[in-house]
Design a protein around this ligand. Structure first.
Ligand code: ADP
Ligand code: SF4
Length: 692
């Protein structure tokens, strides 16, 4: 039964001409699929409707080819031909009584137009302000351009209306939307009626809202996604935002408050707790009669209720919590709190967008596979012909494999060598800032606890002979990987000369408590994700002086994709870590390392007492090979598979995905060389040249 204190989350609330059935508001979020994978996005949004969200939005939808943010893949609404895909999305969103919203964006100074090749137009011209420093400038819009832009918005309003959406969100946050560029003195240097005073800087916004109401005949609601705070002397500050809302409190039908930059808005759990934006949001509701939504990686219903009862928010905005668990609202509604799959705040979902691939989620392995593979966040396909499975190793791979196989109805045996479940996450959750990683194992062990078809054996290190004797139909070896204690990774494909007198550690050593204390340590990072910088923090906490050495031009360079790189750099500098970029050890002596510059080869000596290699991992696949060498088929085993980090080490999300994939394909017919997922291929237009 639901706790009555949570009833308030299910009170309907009006947004202009529309009424949301509850307070769960899925704010716009990217997914790496966008216009390239329309059906994959449609089915992903459909699960949110099924899961009980009151409001569901698309990702950023680019309204005109003079402004697009290639290489990032979002939605397009460039002409009427884009309507059918978006109409299908709106229909899927509205399936369970949710309101369907579309976020409209014109990127201005943020759009390099690498695909459309149009000249970018901005409030004030200048270099395009993207992550990738594209060598392109935008032209300052003149009055005619502003009129054109209003017309393009009106076209988009008409098309959004025609596609069947209920709400339109105008994007003016994260630095991505032109409405923010108009409002901010950092990006608006105009001297005409659109620049200068706050009143003037807000003119375009007022005009566009008016155009929206006229075009949609008042039948749709309009929400403004506003930047909460832009840093810097000229930034659109929180104080200015409050002034603006005070002046124009009733302009939209709802205020949607997000941060000035995406990095600040979507901080990882390593750096930002749940509800981190509260101070910036508090008090804004009193400035307007319209409802207010804000985000904060909310997964706890108590925290959500507090936001509403204390008058901070009317709607609980969520992007990542809705990705990790599309059924969050329904689970709260039904009082199934223990079933909530909480977001761990790792930002792997963001990396799909940042790499132009397709997003995945560490916690919700079905995310963006709802259509491609027919996976569901919570439901499992029926069991096949065989009965039992054995999974060896209870890391993220083994736990997900076991849970999914159990949901399908197999009799599951999970054997773990140690006394603790979780594998790598059991260790990493103890590191500075990574406690939320523990949710990966907590959720899965919690789900399996009441299941009568699951048996978990701890402290059970299986041998190949044990496996043959266990009588399972299918066996998965998910024995993980071990960090190397040498320099072999990307730069060094073979080890470097190392004096045995120098103490050398791996990340596994440090996680097992075998760490140097009070010494000078060289930490060599050729992994480039989070673990190197986390271990640097751990070493500093243990009183070591740390030299961080990386062949890359920045620390933890892959964390650009999780929006953390700048924060990590700041943290390391603040705690006194000495950073050595574009360098790598070439030899390790008994009193220090010889570093080589990766550009010039120039060598320098760095004295230290110990070395930590954060390089690469060796798959623990001996058990698999030993089992395969025996007559496993003769023992009645139908399939024997090596999965997860034991097959190919990767991030935790790759491990949970591997576990799910294994369980999904049990007893499935062998499809030979056919693709394992569905995809959409662009329809061909007539092939003739346009030249006469
Ligand atoms: P993954 O990320 O692929 O799940 P992990 O390294 O997190 O990999 O987890 C692997 C798990 O397998 C660890 O908990 C480890 O203790 C366990 N393991 C390794 N070898 C055996 C074995 N022979 N029998 C049972 N469990 C094992
Ligand atoms: Fe949360 Fe990580 Fe999933 Fe993103 S990938 S929704 S941050 S658990």
């Amino acid at each position: 039964m639901r706790d009555p204190r949570h009833d308030i989350l299910f009170e309907p609330l009006q947004i202009g001409p529309k009424t949301a059935k509850n307070r769960f508001y899925q704010v716009p979020h990217c997914n790496g699929g966008g216009y390239r994978d329309p059906s994959a996005v449609v089915e992903m949004r459909r699960t949110k409707a099924e899961g009980g969200w009151g409001v569901i939005f698309t990702e950023q939808t680019e309204i005109h080819p003079t402004s697009e943010i290639t290489p990032f893949i979002e939605q397009h609404l460039w002409d009427d031909r884009d309507i059918p895909a978006l109409a299908r999305m709106a229909e899927a969103m509205k399936g369970n009584g949710a309101l369907a919203g579309i976020q409209l964006a014109y990127s201005g100074i943020n759009g390099p137009n690498l695909y459309s090749r149009e000249v970018p137009l901005a409030v004030t011209g200048g270099p395009i302000l993207t992550f990738t420093s594209d060598p392109v400038q935008a032209r300052t819009m003149d009055r005619q351009d502003i009129q054109d832009l209003r017309r393009w918005f009106r076209n988009a309003f008409r098309r959004a209306h025609q596609a069947g959406f209920d709400l339109i969100c105008l994007y003016g946050a994260h630095g991505f939307g032109i409405l923010q560029h108009f409002l901010s003195r950092a990006t608006n240097h105009r001297t005409d009626e659109y620049g200068g005073s706050l009143e003037n800087r807000g003119r375009f916004l007022r005009e566009v809202v008016e155009d929206m109401r006229e075009t949609t005949k008042g039948e749709m609601a309009v929400t403004l996604r506003m930047s909460l705070h832009e840093a810097g002397a000229y930034g659109f500050s929180n104080a200015e935002l409050r002034d603006f809302i005070e002046m124009h409190g009733d302009l939209p039908d709802l205020w949607d408050l997000a941060h000035g930059t995406w990095e600040n808005c979507s901080g990882t759990s390593r750096f930002k707790p749940e509800g981190a934006q509260e101070e910036l949001v508090k008090g804004i509701k009193a400035l307007t009669s319209k409802p207010v939504v804000g985000v904060g990686r909310f997964t706890s219903p108590d925290a959500m209720v507090r936001q509403i009862k204390s008058g901070i928010l009317d709607f609980i905005g969520a992007a990542r919590p809705s990705i990790a668990d599309p059924f969050l609202p329904l689970k709260v509604q039904e009082g199934r709190y223990e079933d909530i799959r909480e977001c761990i705040g790792c930002n792997i979902c963001v990396t799909g967008d940042m790499t132009g691939s397709i997003s995945r989620c560490t916690q919700n392995t079905a995310f963006m596979e709802e259509w491609r593979k027919g996976w569901h966040p919570d439901r499992a396909r029926a069991k096949g012909a065989s009965e039992s499975v054995l999974i060896v190793g209870a890391g993220p791979t083994g736990l997900e494999a076991a849970l999914q196989a159990a949901r399908r109805g197999y009799k599951v045996t999970l054997a773990e060598a140690t006394t603790v479940l979780g594998g790598r996450v059991a260790k990493e959750r103890m590191l500075p800032g990574l406690s939320a990683w523990g949710r990966v194992s907590d959720y899965r062990t919690g789900q399996m606890a009441p299941m009568t078809n699951v048996e978990i054996y701890r402290d059970s290190r299986l041998t190949a002979e044990d496996i043959l004797g266990m009588g399972a139909d299918h066996v998965a070896i998910a024995t993980g990987a071990t960090w190397r204690r040498d320099a072999v990774a990307r730069l060094h494909l073979h080890d470097i000369p190392t004096d045995p007198a120098m103490p050398v550690y791996s990340p596994d050593d440090l996680m097992a408590g075998r760490a140097p204390e009070g010494q000078t340590v060289t930490l060599y990072d050729d992994d480039h994700f989070y673990i190197g910088s986390v271990l640097a923090e751990l070493l500093v906490a243990k009183g070591n002086r740390v030299h961080f050495v990386t062949p890359a031009v920045k620390v933890a360079e892959w964390t650009d994709n999780t929006l953390e790189q700048g924060t990590i750099m700041r943290r390391l500098l603040e705690i006194g870590v000495e950073i050595n970029l574009s360098k790598a050890p070439e030899a390790i002596g008994k009193a220090g390392v010889t570093l080589g510059c990766t550009w010039t080869g120039r060598q320098t000596d760095l004295a230290c007492d110990a070395v930590v290699h954060v390089t690469s991992r060796t798959p623990n696949d001996l058990l698999f090979h030993a089992t395969r060498a025996l007559d496993w088929q003769g023992a009645g085993i139908k399939t024997l598979k090596l999965i997860g980090d034991a097959a190919a080490p990767g991030p935790i999300a790759w491990a949970t995905y591997a576990g799910r994939n294994w369980a999904e394909t049990l007893d499935q017919p062998d499809t030979g060389d056919a693709l394992t997922f569905r995809r959409e291929i662009a329809a061909l237009e007539p092939g003739a040249s346009l030249l006469p």
